[in-house]
Design a protein around this ligand. Structure first.
Ligand SMILES: O=C(O)CC1=CCC(=O)O1
Length: 265
């Protein structure tokens, strides 16, 4: 467990693997903390230095007093990358984490060696959709809508049979309302279409075939904006394939990173 003071927040982070290896920085989805990467980290730590963190308003990181914007999330990740002296890293972002990764590229392309954009898009959801969710969560709490969220996160089979499923429900429902609703506002107000079109580093897009939040066609439409990007669908997974299908995710990540390493000057 480690922490860094960044932009007036205390950010909870961890680093796994040897400092002499190439760095991958992971950014989480809405309503989760960095434990969602546990299985993937176990499979990658032999060859990579892995940086994990909880974005503000999530996990053990600080809860901001005022409203929260996508720029706050982007600036926090830039601050953490600089604090840890990562140099140029591959950023792997899931859902809103994928938008944060795109935003870091947009502001500081010098920090980014490659992008792994998982179950994310240049634009996620409509203003009405986010406003309904924000009102529901602020009025009645996250548990009032958690069943429908969990149906988009995980396949029927995982929800019925995985012994850890209740832990992911707890992770979601225990996210602070201010952090969750604030990040919904950040998503509502963000559009990374122009940023996606500007991406010039190797980029892999992954999506669970049953993702109910950012379905394959949406993620493919983002891939279409990014010249030379690679797009892969993960079978038998919903919005969080890193939890449901970590082996398949890591297979794609390893194969993609070989390309990044071969293209390095
Ligand atoms: O909660 C969801 O529907 C999934 C999601 C959207 C943005 C994000 O980060 O997660």
């Amino acid at each position: 467990m480690q922490s860094a003071a960044i932009n007036g927040m205390t950010l909870h982070y961890d680093v796994e693997g040897s400092a002499s290896n190439p760095t991958i920085v992971f950014s989480n989805s809405l309503g989760t903390d960095f434990r969602i990467w546990n299985a993937v980290i176990d499979l990658l730590s032999d060859r990579y230095r892995l940086v994990l963190y909880d974005k503000r308003g999530h996990g053990l990181s600080s809860l901001p007093d005022s409203s929260l914007t996508m720029d706050d999330h982007i600036d926090d990740l830039i601050g953490l990358i600089e604090h840890l002296d990562c140099g140029q890293a591959v950023l792997c972002g899931l859902s809103v984490g994928g938008q944060i990764a795109q935003g870091v590229y947009g502001k500081r392309p010098d920090l980014v060696d490659g992008l792994i954009l998982m179950d994310t898009a240049h634009k996620i959801g409509s203003t009405d959709m986010w406003n309904d969710r924000i009102a529901g969560v602020r009025g009645d709490g996250i548990a009032s809508i958690s069943n429908s969220i969990l149906e988009r996160w995980f396949t029927d089979d995982f929800r019925a049979n995985d012994p850890n499923f209740p832990l992911y429900r707890a992770m979601l429902e225990r996210t602070p309302v201010a952090g969750y609703a604030g990040t919904c506002e950040a998503l509502r107000d963000s559009d990374f279409t122009a940023t996606a079109r500007s991406i010039k580093v190797p980029t892999l897009l992954l999506v669970g075939e049953r993702d109910g939040s950012t379905p394959p066609d949406l993620v493919r439409s983002t891939a279409d904006l990014i010249e030379g990007s690679r797009f892969e669908i993960i079978a038998n997974a919903g919005h969080l394939p890193n939890i449901e299908q970590p082996d398949a995710v890591v297979r794609h990540i390893r194969s993609f990173l070989k390309t990044v390493e071969n293209e390095a000057p």
